[in-house]
Design a protein around this ligand. Structure first.
Ligand code: PLP
Length: 402
């Protein structure tokens, strides 16, 4: 932005790993008069949304919708299923896994962490080994993040389910999909997840302030015996009221309108196409990083995230200065790095309502900011990304004579 101007032209490039940009169609869907949340119009809307959201989690069981950010849905998952003193097995994939573990402790649970250097996802082999050791079945839940937003590492949920089964362990399986839902393939029922936690502000392209628990029959059965205190988060009250299309308290009516539009848009594009688009943009971003001769923070391709790429800078260079300079100069926001890695990397979000040209623009902004910040790198990242995206769209060219 020019130093002598109070206006920035064009749209801000919101390349943080969520909240992601809200499409105009969703903004328009929300831009309408408030309706009675105990009236027939709302009941019809809510019933449609409560059914529609199941198709995004790929479940036929209920999905509970909270007027809360993702953190609330974390808490709901724990307090509805567990009792004080219960052991829960978690994996230290990064900052968000650490926050969830802190919450578990605060609630009176006994979390146990499988430690990592934050540069990989949750390893099914390590989970299986720990569960096999737990002969007395003291661990009551295994809690992992599908996508660790703070590092850009995706965990193999289907393999983790298989690991729990191989250990013949009865623990509940809880998965946080806050930065992967509606961006990466995810199957609540097929993969045998008991509670899936989701959030509105990433793949669902909504503003922050809504979150979800998709629940299995086993989780519902556990909720009948769970003794951690709960009130606002109670599944029971929600499920009873939801049957009529209502909520036990005033729901965020405008967010429900927005969610209806988001579900419609995701199905118009086709979920498989949505996932393929995210995979394409992620690979284009990784190719740019490699061409810059910089390091992708996720150190094992098995765990690459389709929604976030963290870019590690050489020792002695400050990633925050790149972010600040990029914002000041090109009006683009990147994600920060946390805790032991503070200032070591910045994160590029490529999720939600993002297309080929958005990511090329974002990568161009990144490449220019790297140059302005004096970060040692090679040129050609944007070119590498363009070449990859072009190749993914290439169609056979017909000979002129045909
Ligand atoms: N889990 C993950 C994976 C997240 O990315 C976030 C937020 O970005 C959270 C949990 C916490 O969600 P919220 O900030 O919406 O409370």
């Amino acid at each position: 932005m020019s130093k002598n101007s109070s206006r920035t032209a064009g749209r801000h490039f919101l390349q943080i790993p969520g909240p992601s940009p809200v499409p105009d169609r969703i903004l328009r869907a929300m831009d309408r008069p408030i309706i009675d949340h105990r009236g027939p119009e709302f009941a019809a809307l809510a019933k449609g949304v409560l059914e529609g959201i199941k198709t995004i989690f790929k479940t036929t069981n209920p999905v509970i919708i909270y007027t809360a950010t993702g953190t609330g849905a974390w808490e709901a998952a724990l307090v509805n299923t567990l009792a004080a003193g219960d052991k829960v097995l978690m994996v230290e994939t990064g900052q968000f896994a650490t926050l969830w573990k802190t919450m578990a402790s605060n609630l009176g649970l006994k979390p146990e962490f499988i430690e990592t250097d934050w540069r990989i996802g949750a390893d099914p082999v390590a989970i299986e080994a720990r569960l096999k050791d737990d002969k007395r079945h003291e661990i009551k839940a295994v809690c992992v993040l599908h996508n660790e937003t703070s590092t850009g590492c995706l965990s193999p949920i289907k393999e983790i389910r298989a690991a729990i089964d191989k250990a013949a362990h009865p623990a509940l399986f809880m998965v946080d999909t806050i930065s992967s839902l509606a961006s990466a393939d995810y199957r609540h029922d097929e993969w045998g997840v008991d509670v899936t936690i989701g959030g509105a502000q990433k793949g669902l392209m909504l503003p922050p302030g809504m979150s979800f628990n998709a629940v299995s029959d086993k989780a519902l059965a556990a909720s009948k015996k769970a003794t951690l205190p709960k009130s606002f988060w109670s599944w029971e009250d929600m499920l009873t009221m939801n049957k009529q299309g209502f909520f036990p308290y005033t729901p965020a009516t405008q967010m429900i309108h927005g969610l209806a539009a988001a579900i419609e848009m995701l199905h118009e594009e086709g979920l498989d196409n949505v996932f393929a688009r995210h995979d394409r943009l992620a690979e284009a971003t990784r190719r740019a990083v490699r061409a810059w001769n910089l390091e992708i923070f996720c150190r094992d391709p098995k765990y690459y995230s389709p929604t976030i790429t963290a870019v590690l800078l050489p020792e002695g260079y400050d990633a925050d200065s790149v972010r600040i300079l990029a914002l000041d100069t090109f009006d683009i926001s990147f994600g920060v790095s946390f805790a032991r890695y503070a200032g070591r990397f910045f994160r590029i979000g490529h999720l939600g309502d993002t297309n080929d040209l958005t990511i090329i623009g974002a990568l161009a902004g990144t490449e220019m900011a790297l140059a302005l910040a004096g970060i040692p790198h090679s040129k050609g990242g944007v070119q590498a990304a363009m070449d990859y995206i072009t190749s993914m769209h290439a169609r056979p060219v017909r000979a002129a004579a045909e």
